[in-house]
Design a protein. Structure first.
Ligand SMILES: Nc1ncnc2c1ncn2[C@@H]1O[C@H](COP(=O)(O)OP(=O)(O)OP(=O)(O)O)[C@@H](O)[C@H]1O
Ligand SMILES: [Mg+2]
Lengths: 559, 289
């Protein structure tokens, strides 16, 4: 969408809007501290005002790039105006959400102080100006220059830290209003960076240095920023969810098998861990196994379950496979429900599950007790956070290496064209079973940690669909929403799908409906997911793609 | 039906490379391939022609194990060839498809490397471990695939997605992918379909170059000039049965062939089937597992 006006006016509007947007968070937006985050102070931005300020800074940066300010232009290699537009929309949506929320939650527009009105007008001016500027998208974005090694690694680390900061902000918002203001800002902000060509440049650098370590290091920062356990617990749940989604991504993303019962393998791992945990509710009254043995057991049992379920079903195709896996997922839940000594052999303690699972003790490190590292106290959830990061690192490592190998290529070939793959000598059944087993055992690994983290293993945690993750439907949605066949896709998808229901608890009754709606909208407008697969990047690289098409692809490769 | 004498390429073994005996394929009541005998000698280029729906593609599917023939036997390189695609490929038979079947969202280079599947061994554990043996195998696969891309004239396009290639280039990529499995016999199903004359000539040269590497070729083709220029021998398939077989010139001149293509004056034309090879047919008849 563009607005017609002279470029002089457009520039003036943009500049004025940006300046006012930056100024407005320093004014009071409302008179009462009843609104979350305290927006009543002059000279000190609080709560959602910070989001307006950050998006305003982003917009100002891209405005400067669009006006040709020397040096800044390099920050938007693929074109600054479209990035400016996205950033202005980020500022517009977040500010208006906040102002509207003040008016609604406090009972009327009178509760909005002049500062709030100024902010609302400022972002409108900014967005109008941005949409009136002439598009400057580069026909073919210039190739990125190589910087010295240290500079590139430092750059990547800063980017990951910034991403971590944004995510941390999202996790730690403690009101639905704040989260509602945060979501569109994060979405449009990411879109701005993407159309500016920044994301692409970063992933180029990333590919050169394989700086997974930098990502891991940034993720390690999170517990250091937390004083209590409240948000670390949320982060832990996200990590469990993300770990399982990554495992499912092997089956769904690489091999293209629709598995609707994947959560059963998470459950298998969790129950295996619970049974040997030494819990008094466990059928086996034994001393707790060391965690490394529990982890191996969980992976082994899940692998076995994967092979048993996969062997008869993987000869089926498409919808048939989906239905059969759905059935097996439910069979798992019903079985553990019935193994209570009454309806069946006594093993899982039926619907009550196995409770009071003790904390993990690994090489003398008690995960239940607080520890002090570098002067920061690590509580129970922070301990598990570290362990879960390690689990994710293992899964990412396996995923990346397996995916880019003879085996991974066979998987992708089967996904792309099974008949041709067969003719190339790939034994479809064998390789599908391998993927199924690998995915199952990774989910089992995550399950062992989950059982200890939640101190229980109950059947209702492993449903097909529920209002909170992880369940099979949410897992699949995390993979599809995030971007099939990518590593960051399921991570992003898991974070979003965990946070949105958690932060908007008042939606509870409508959650499934909204979830379904979101999926439909997503499939209609962005079937490739939030983080597009490498193929879209490649399309972008491709010399044969015309400038117009490249722009189109660039437009898609966003959010 | 008698088999004409096999032309042995000079200086090679005694048994023919491929020997199909009374290969028959029935789909319910329809006999798509009816007792076809065919031999391909080492280093030969043999053409397989016939009207639409004659059963040529079905015959290929029987040779490569995508279909299990109802009857008959296929021998390759002196041993029986079991109807299992992986074993067929490993034994040294590679093929292309009539309606191009590339791995569209993989790169051009990756497509060729997938072709090397049966010539490589790395499993899941060595892929995760990445020891020296794994790395050597990967290096070899990459360099071999690069050479093959050069050979078919796609050098420098390795990092594109297969689906972004032009039509002609996609057909050449299919040939490169097939060659990657180091075959002794290459089956080409209408390699010039949809090509302009210039591209057709390039494909002709490519097939010649393949034969010059000692690889025998069995090619289905509708372009008679292509067949005449290339083939040592031509077999004609009509309604599932082999009508005649012989030198290209003789076959082209044969009245029965002309009749089969154009229909005898008092005859109904053979049923035409323009459909996709398999898309519209009974899926139960296919084996992909
Ligand atoms: N899987 C199948 N199930 C049922 N019928 C089949 C199947 N595959 C092939 N046929 C039938 O077998 C006959 C031969 O088909 P085929 O595709 O082998 O012909 P073709 O000689 O390759 O023709 P074209 O020149 O059009 O490619 C057709 O009548 C077709 O309908
Ligand atoms: Mg055919």
């Amino acid at each position: 969408m563009t607005i017609k006006m002279s470029s002089r006016v457009a520039q003036a509007l943009t500049a004025t809007g940006a300046a006012l947007t930056l100024a407005s968070p320093f004014l009071a937006w409302t008179w009462t501290a009843a609104y979350p985050g305290n927006l009543t102070l002059n000279g000190y931005p609080g709560g959602s005002q910070v989001v307006t300020l950050v998006t305003g800074l982003l917009a100002t940066m891209f405005a400067a790039a669009a006006f040709g300010v020397p040096g800044v232009r390099r920050l938007a290699p693929a074109g600054a105006v479209r990035a400016l537009r996205a950033a202005s929309l980020a500022a517009l949506t977040t500010t208006w959400v906040t102002v509207a929320a003040i008016a609604i939650t406090l009972g009327g527009a009178v509760n909005v102080e002049p500062g709030g009105w100024l902010a609302a007008v400022a972002v409108l001016l900014l967005a109008t100006g941005a949409h009136a500027l002439a598009d400057d998208t580069a026909e073919s974005p210039p190739k990125g220059v190589r910087l010295p090694w240290a500079v590139e690694v430092a750059l990547i680390t800063v980017v990951f830290l910034a991403a971590m900061f944004v995510l941390t902000y999202g996790i730690t918002t403690d009101s639905a209003e704040d989260f509602l203001a945060f979501l569109p800002a994060a979405g449009f902000g990411a879109r701005a960076l993407s159309v500016a060509g920044v994301t692409r440049r970063i992933s180029e650098i990333n590919a050169r240095h394989r700086v997974a370590v930098a990502a891991l290091a940034s993720a390690l920062v999170f517990p250091f920023t937390q004083t209590g356990d409240q948000y670390t617990a949320i982060a832990d749940n996200i990590l469990v969810f993300a770990a399982v989604a990554l495992g499912l991504n092997i089956v769904v993303g690489l091999v293209g098998l629709l598995d609707l019962g994947y959560v059963a393998f998470l459950g298998t791992g969790a129950y295996s861990a619970a049974l040997v945990s030494g819990s008094t509710f466990s059928t086996f009254h034994i001393a707790p196994w060391p965690f490394w043995a529990t982890a191996l057991l969980g992976m082994g049992v899940s692998l076995l379950a994967g092979l048993i379920i996969g062997a008869p079903t993987l000869r089926l195709h498409g919808d048939y496979l989906a239905i059969v896996t759905l059935g097996f997922g439910e069979i798992f839940r019903i079985t553990v429900n019935n193994l209570d000594g009454t309806s069946g052999p006594s093993l899982t303690n039926g619907p009550n599950g196995i409770n009071a699972i003790p904390d993990i003790e690994l090489f003398g490190f008690d995960f239940g007790a607080p520890h002090t590292i570098l002067g920061v106290s690590f509580g129970r959830f922070a301990n598990y956070y570290l362990l879960l990061l390690a689990v994710i690192a293992v899964i990412v490592f396996v995923y990346a290496r397996a995916g880019d190998s003879r085996v991974g290529r066979a998987w992708i070939a089967l996904r792309e064209d099974e008949k041709a793959a067969t003719a190339m000598g790939i034994e479809g059944f064998r390789f599908k079973l391998l993927a199924f087993g690998l995915g199952a055992s990774l989910a089992g690994l995550a399950g062992t940690v989950m059982a200890h983290l939640q101190t229980n293993a109950v059947p209702d945690n492993y449903k097909f669909a529920d209002t909170a993750p992880p369940n099979s439907a949410f897992l699949l949605a995390a993979v599809v929403l995030g971007g099939m066949g990518t590593i960051s896709g399921p991570l992003v998808g898991a974070a979003l799908l965990y946070l949105i229901p958690a932060k908007f608890e008042f939606f509870n009754r409508y959650q499934m409906m909204l979830f379904g709606l979101a999926l439909i909208v997503m499939m209609r407008f962005r079937p490739e997911g939030l983080v597009p697969d490498r193929k879209h990047q490649l399309e972008f690289h491709d010399e044969q793609v015309s400038g117009a098409e490249a722009r189109q692809v660039a437009a898609e490769a966003t959010v | 039906m008698s088999t004409p004498p096999v032309l042995e390429a000079p200086g090679t073994g005694t048994s023919p490379l491929l020997e199909a005996r009374r290969v028959t394929m029935r789909f319910g009541g329809l006999t798509a391939v009816d007792g076809v005998d065919l031999t391909v000698g080492r280093g030969q280029i043999v053409g397989l022609i016939g009207p639409n729906g004659a059963g040529k593609t079905t015959f290929f599917n029987c040779l490569t194990g995508l279909y299990v023939p109802t009857d008959g036997e296929v021998r390759f390189d002196g041993a029986a060839l079991p109807p299992r695609p992986a074993k067929v490929t490993r034994a040294g038979v590679a093929r292309t498809f009539q309606n191009i079947r590339l791995f569209a969202n993989m790169t051009v280079l990756e497509n060729v490397i997938v072709g090397r599947h049966t010539r490589t061994t790395a499993g899941l554990l060595s892929a995760i471990g990445r020891g020296p043996r794994y790395r050597r195998e990967e290096r070899e696969s990459h360099s071999r695939a690069g050479e093959l891309l050069e050979f078919v004239g796609l050098g420098g396009q390795g990092n594109q997605l297969a689906r972004n290639l032009s039509y002609g280039a996609q057909r050449r990529l299919e040939i490169a992918r097939a060659l990657a499995s180091e075959p002794k016999l290459l089956l080409l199903d209408e390699p010039t379909a949809g090509m302009n004359p210039q591209e057709t000539r390039e494909t002709e040269e490519l097939v010649h170059a393949v034969r010059d590497q000692g690889i025998a070729v069995l090619v289905i083709e509708h372009d008679m000039r292509f067949i005449m220029n290339l083939c040592d021998r031509v077999a004609v398939l009509v309604q599932g049965s082999k009508l005649i077989e012989g030198a290209p010139g003789d076959v082209q001149a044969d009245e029965r062939v002309v009749e089969a293509y154009l229909g005898a004056p008092d005859d109904e034309p053979p049923p035409l089937d323009e459909g996709d090879e398999a898309a519209t047919r009974d899926p139960n008849q296919e084996r992909t597992a």
